[in-house]
Ligand binder design. Structure first.
Ligand code: SAH
Length: 444
């Protein structure tokens, strides 16, 4: 076992799943946050466990050629991004390697992985930001904690977000509006949420409150609307519960519209305070175009879109198929999906409320299946149902290469063959990597 507080000079030989550097000392793996592969660093052991340890950089003896000065001033404190100390090339190499390692080690597949498609914009790409308000300020929680880091700016958010935070902060100071204090469940404002429709420019601000009343609310509305004509919707969301969940159920429109509208390619989508929408619309189009390409539909197919959310993929591919059936377990998302179909005049889609693994069991003849599960991947019951349906093609959209690899191993045993794995960077500066995978039925 390594000893706490001991110093070592080491070479970083790998990268952990969260982007941290990894080295070996006497056979023990040591995880070193903010160290980059190839670097020689002097570290102090800060935590030693039976099989592995954690180290802290004291001094960088030989920096990586990818090392950069973090542009974000909150980088070492905030739990949001993990890659401001490397250039984008270094970040993409990590993401590519993460997919390669999972596919080889977990899926046991010996195959080429397509070169990751990087983002054009690594800054201000997000269309949604949620900022807790506490007696310490407005900002972000530090990693794995409830310690708030007050911020003035977040480089991956839309630029208007920083201005909205500033206005809410000044308003609270000027009128002595109390922030929410979770220790005694008192105060008024608990969260500020900013949603931006990147393709239409519309902005929604949601003020989450513990109380139903916000004193001097009209002044807050005045200041926000004077900030920008783009702010077309201001919502008060009431969350009176003792909970870590950011928003409550009740929304009151205190200015403008109850929803904002955004576009993905030719399609229009309504976004309300609670609705799910992909957070990087530019890369969403790149991702969906890959789904269309891999599906290679001729127009006579029946397609199942499992985990369909608000129906974005279903509506995107409907023009290429005979019929698309979307399945989603959140009722509100299914309602939004149906509204979105009507809004866009798409008639060959249908949406079913239910669990993918339960609904899929009911189908016998489906030509292609799209699956886009959350991080935990597919339920085994769903993979069993797919085995019985035997579709010609499966397009698997994954936000977690480890569970993707686990599911590909099972699908291989079930008589399917993985043809193409294409990583896409949807979340620059974070360790998350998305992949689109083409899987086909093995004949016979
Ligand atoms: N395909 C959509 C949404 C993907 S996010 C898009 O591209 O926007 C994953 C979705 O799966 C979420 O909407 C979540 O509510 C839903 N989900 C999670 N578990 C599910 C299950 N067991 N069955 C059906 N839907 C599920």
């Amino acid at each position: 076992m390594l000893i706490k507080n001991q110093n070592y000079t080491v070479e970083i030989t790998g990268t952990g799943s969260e982007g941290e550097g990894v080295c070996r000392i006497d056979g023990f793996a040591v995880f070193v946050p903010y160290a980059l592969k190839g670097e020689i660093v002097e570290i102090k052991i800060v935590k030693a466990l039976k099989n592995y340890a954690f180290g802290k950089i004291l001094y960088i003896v030989k920096p990586s050629k990818h090392r950069t000065e973090p542009k974000c001033e909150y980088f070492y404190k905030c739990g949001g991004c993990v890659f401001w100390h490397t250039d984008y090339e270094g970040e993409l190499q990590f993401k590519q390697q993460k997919v390669i390692d999972c596919i080889a080690r977990i899926a046991g597949l010996d195959m080429n992985i397509e070169q990751i498609i990087g983002a054009q914009n690594c800054e201000h790409y997000r269309n949604k930001g949620q900022f807790p308000v506490t007696p310490e300020g407005i900002g972000f929680f530090a990693e794995r904690s409830h310690r708030l880091i007050s911020i003035n700016n977040c480089i991956i958010q839309d630029k208007i977000t920083a201005d909205v935070i500033k206005i809410v902060r000044e308003f609270m100071c000027d009128y002595a509006i109390m922030p929410y204090d979770e220790s005694n469940h008192t105060g008024v404002i608990r969260n500020v949420l900013v949603r931006v429709a990147k393709n239409t420019g519309e902005v929604m601000v949601v003020i989450v409150t513990k109380t139903s009343k916000i004193l001097h609310k009209d002044e807050l509305v005045k200041r926000l609307t004077e900030l920008s004509p783009r702010i077309v919707s201001i919502i008060q969301n009431i969350n009176g519960e003792r909970t870590n969940v950011a928003m409550g159920m009740k929304n009151i429109t205190i200015f403008g519209k109850a929803e904002i509208s955004d576009k993905i390619a030719h399609l229009d989508f309504s976004i309300s305070p609670h609705s799910f929408f992909q957070i990087n619309p530019e890369q969403t189009k790149v991702l969906y175009d890959k789904v269309v390409e891999y599906a290679g539909l001729k127009g006579n197919e029946v397609v199942l879109d499992l985990y369909c959310g608000i129906g974005t993929i279903s509506l995107y591919i409907a023009q290429f198929a005979k019929q698309v059936i979307g399945v989603e377990c959140v009722e509100q998302a299914v309602l939004n999906a149906k509204e979105n179909a009507v809004k866009n005049g798409v008639e060959n889609v249908e949406f079913i409320l239910g669990k993918a693994e339960e609904v899929a069991e009911k189908f016998k003849k489906i030509d292609a299946i799209i699956i886009d599960p959350p991080r935990k991947g597919c339920d085994i019951k769903l993979l069993d149902a797919i085995k019985n349906i035997k579709p010609e093609k499966i397009i698997y959209v994954s936000c977690n290469p480890a569970t993707l690899a686990r599911d590909l191993k099972i699908l291989t045993e079930y008589g399917f063959s993985t043809k193409i794995i294409q990583p896409v960077d949807m979340f620059p500066r974070t360790a998350h990597v998305e992949s689109v995978v083409l899987i086909t039925k093995v004949d016979g």
